[in-house]
Each structure stands twice: as C-alpha cells, then as structure tokens.
Design a protein around this ligand. Structure first.
Ligand code: FAD
Length: 317
C-alpha cells in the first residue's frame, strides 16, 4: 500500500485552496494520504483537510513556525517524512512549495517534478504532465524508482468534495533546534483581497493602461467579479503598479477560469504566465496584437471604453 505526504498551506488563518488540490493529486498516486499542517493556531483547519481526501492530518504547532522559514519548516517536514515514510510527497507550486520542495528533494536525494498541471494514470503507473519552454509545450514525466516528489500548479487539479474522506487528526510534537531564522513580523503591501495565483477571475492591465489611475476601472471590474487585478511587466516597469501583480515568465503563473487582458500586447514572456487560463478575453486597440492569438474572445477597441461597458453589463446580472 503506497503512502503520500502532502504539505498543506495556511495563510492568515485560511487554508490555501492549493492544499486541497495537492490532496486530490496525492489520492491519484497513493492509496493513503497523510497531510502535514504546520504553523501556529492552525489546528482548527485540520478537520477541513480530513474531510476532503486526507486519511490522516498531522498538525504541528509552534510559535516559531507562525511564518514560513526554510530552516524551521524543513526540520519539521523531514521529521514527518521519517515518521510517515511516504512513497509520494506533494507540495503546492506556491512560493513556499517552490522554496521548500527542492531542499527536501536534495535531502532525500530524490528527483522533483515541479509545476504539475495534470496526472494521467494512477499509482506507480502515473505520468505527470508539466509545461516546458514557457508553456509552449508539455512534457510527460514518469518516475521509475525512488520516492515521487512533485509540486502542483494552483487551479489545475480539481479538489475532492467535502465528505470525500473521514480522516483522523493528530497533534504532533517535533524537535526544533538551532533555528537560524525566525520571522517575527511580515509587513505586506496592500495588493487587494484575492490571492492572484489562486484567483478564479483576473483582470490584467498592460502598458495600454497608461498610468496607475488607469488601473481603477480594471479594479472595479475585478471586484465586481470577485477576482484579482494582475499586470504585465510593461505596466510594472512603467511604475503603474507593484511587481507583486506581475504575471508571466518572471512573474506569477496563473490559471484562472477567466483572464481579461486589457492593453497587453501578448509578448511570449507574458503568455508564459497566463496562456493556460480556461477562458481568455483580450481587449486591445491593435487588431494585430499577439494577445489575440491566445484569446478565446477578442475585443478590438479602447480599454477605457470597453472595460466600463463590461462592468455596466455585469452589474445588470
Ligand atoms: P506593450 O508591449 O507596450 O503593449 C501595450 C499594448 O497596449 C499594445 O498592444 C497596445 O496596442 C495596447 N494599447 C495601448 N493603449 C490601449 C488602449 N487605450 N486600449 C486598448 N489597448 C491599448 N512581460 C510580462 O508581462 N511578464 C513577464 O514575466 C515578463 N518577463 C520577461 C522576462 C524577460 C527575460 C524579458 C526579456 C522580458 C519579459 N517581459 C515580461 C517583458 C515582455 O517582453 C514585454 O515587454 C511586456 O510583456 C510588454 O508589456 P505590455 O504588453 O503591457 O506592453
């Protein structure tokens, strides 16, 4: 019987949706799924994980683990690996997962399949699909020996429904020694309520937005649709918005249900971060703009006319 260990992520008291997606992915590959929930005051979230595909949730709480550090989380996770002895280890492809997973893989002398968007087959026969060459192609990876470690890209694998499992919850004490870093406080820039990498709807602006104020109609539309605002690097470089909003090869990779690109030309580096969105709407004055090559719906027009019209129409619904 194969076992998986999944690292769940909780931020500001909320479980990140990618945790449920990682659990669903683990259930495709292993027979038994154990979930690690690490932090401070996170135990209340364990029952949600236990009901959505986890057979067991191991909760590790310590005030020194309130914020992620590679040192602290690495120590805890390695002790949990020793305890669970998993065949499969799953992380979200988040900034935390991207930081911790290669360190764990190196410690275990195992390979790592990063940024998995889907899984074909089950168990040891499973193949992992991941984008390569900035999303221009996909490769299929199979692991022939040793532990299987992989990260799952948010918004790609369907989470299991509530009631999928009736897992147990156990509080675990681990040893933390010689911690080199402890984060005492995190000061975040205000970038809106919805997490860009997990947003179902993204309204993104490019250099065509022309100024920081030009983002206001995009923000209004995003708020109305319960989504987040994103940006091209062109807009970030021009100082219209913060780099935290940048989408693309050197920014965030997103897979929302709906991506509305406003005044974005569609450079290959931008497409690398958003071309897997389920539905893409492009608004651009230039009918030849490359963004239309990946768009499901294209609107040739001035974004300052089109976006308010869209907002007005959505308000009627
Ligand atoms: P532009 O290319 O200037 O396009 C602006 C568009 O707005 C034009 O198509 C124009 O027709 C349209 N427009 C203007 N006014 C209006 C209006 N009123 N209404 C409607 N349309 C209008 N870019 C990224 O986005 N993300 C990355 O992660 C990224 N990483 C990079 C990494 C490297 C190594 C390099 C070299 C580049 C990277 N870039 C990245 C930059 C990328 O090559 C482009 O320069 C950038 O994406 C262009 O941004 P843009 O589309 O906003 O600007």
């Amino acid at each position: 019987m194969s076992k998986a260990l999944v690292l769940a992520e909780s931020r500001d008291g909320n479980l990140r949706n990618v945790s449920f997606e990682a659990i669903a992915a683990a259930n495709l590959v292993a027979d038994e799924v154990v979930v690690a929930l690490i932090g401070q005051n996170v135990a209340a979230d364990a029952s949600q994980l236990a009901a959505r595909g986890a057979h067991q949730v191991l909760v590790v709480e310590d005030e020194r683990l309130q914020h992620y550090t590679p040192d602290g989380y690495g120590q805890v996770f390695m002790q949990l690996i020793e305890r669970v002895a998993p065949d499969v280890i799953v992380f979200g492809h988040t900034s935390l997962g991207k930081d911790l997973s290669p360190k764990i893989a190196a410690k275990l002398q195992a390979g790592l399949i990063s940024d998995v968007t889907s899984i074909e087959g089950t168990g040891t026969e499973a193949s992992f699909i991941r984008p390569i060459y900035s999303g221009k192609a996909f490769e299929k990876v199979k692991v022939s020996e040793g532990k299987i470690l992989f990260t799952v890209r948010p918004n790609n694998i369907e989470p299991l429904a509530e009631g999928a499992s009736e897992g147990t919850v156990e509080s675990v004490t681990v040893e933390l020694k010689d911690l080199r870093t402890i984060v005492s406080e995190v000061v975040r820039k205000a970038t809106g309520g919805v997490d860009l990498s997990e947003a179902k709807v993204i309204v993104a602006g490019g250099r065509g937005v022309k100024s920081a104020d030009g983002f206001a109609p995009l923000q209004e539309l995003a708020d109305l649709l319960g989504g987040a605002v994103g940006a091209s690097r062109g807009a970030c470089d021009a100082d219209y918005c913060d780099y935290a909003l940048q989408i693309g090869q050197t920014g965030k990779v997103v897979t929302p249900d709906l991506y509305i690109a406003c005044g974005i030309s569609g450079a290959i580096q931008h497409l690398a971060g958003m071309s897997n969105a389920k539905v893409i709407v492009a608004i651009n004055k230039d009918p030849e703009a490359n963004i239309f090559s990946v768009a499901d719906y294209g609107i040739v027009g001035d974004l300052f006319d089109v976006v308010p019209l869209l907002t007005a129409e959505f308000k009627k619904m």
